[in-house]
Design a protein. Sequence first.
Length: 318
Amino acid sequence: MAKRLLVAYGLWALGGPLGLHHVYLGRDSHALLWLLTLGGFGGGWLWDFWHLPSWVAAANGAGAPGDRGGTVPALSPLRLVGQVTVGMYFGLVAALGLPWVPALLAQPLAVGLGVQLVSSVGDQTAEAPHTLAAAFLASLLFQGRVLAVLPTSLAASIAAQRHRRYKPRRMPQPRLAARLYHLGLACLAFAAPLACRGLCGAAGLLGTLLALPRATTELLLLPLRASWLLAEVLGFAGGCPARESGAGFEPSGWSERQQRAYEVLGLPVGSSAEDVHRSYRELVKVWHPDHNRHRAEEAERRFIALQEAYEELAGPRR
């Protein structure tokens, strides 16, 4: 079916940053790149305006070159810059969305895939094994640090340029439904880690918001409790029977804190020191922040609560 220039410009205007005009013209690699970068970070979408006529003509088979044999495409500085930029972008997204995956695995893989995606735009492509191998070797030299995305992306881009080639001509194109399915899977693989990280952050924020009313109540009652404690110390308020008999006593506020400490440690009130110590050690291993990087805020809050509860219950015994 012949492609129309007017339709291509309409799709460019309505959904250009999402690559709709590239989907219409059968340029799926370009469409995926635009989907993941929102039109080449905006600038690529505007650049497409001048190239739509030639792309429509190529999609209709006008002026299509024949078999180019083993010829190598000319070196494109613009494509090289795009490879380095998108490779760095993919590497940073992997570091942000996959913090629990070793950096030596997630970062070079993401960088290599980003460089390979830019290499496959248009009628060109590159040898993916060489691109990924260069990315992994460069990342290994820099030990997977976040700042290594630049040299890793540069090394992968140079390898892709050295092994660039033209795509085979006149390959049968899958049906539109299959193409959209593959594009959707690629977008899901890119966005799922970021969405998961965002949900974890939202859950931590929600827990903090839910704890605000209790913290506000405690803050408002603090002057009243301080006044009551001062009155007891000065003798204006009656003490508990334990104090009158000469035994050591604790203000009423302390018993509430102890009950709360037992709840945090998951123990009944009055448990032995051994039970307190055992429960504390087990829960600290579970909620240590180093073991819960995907929910760091919640783990830090639980870890601090366990420390305070243990000091409340085990401190007097020591």
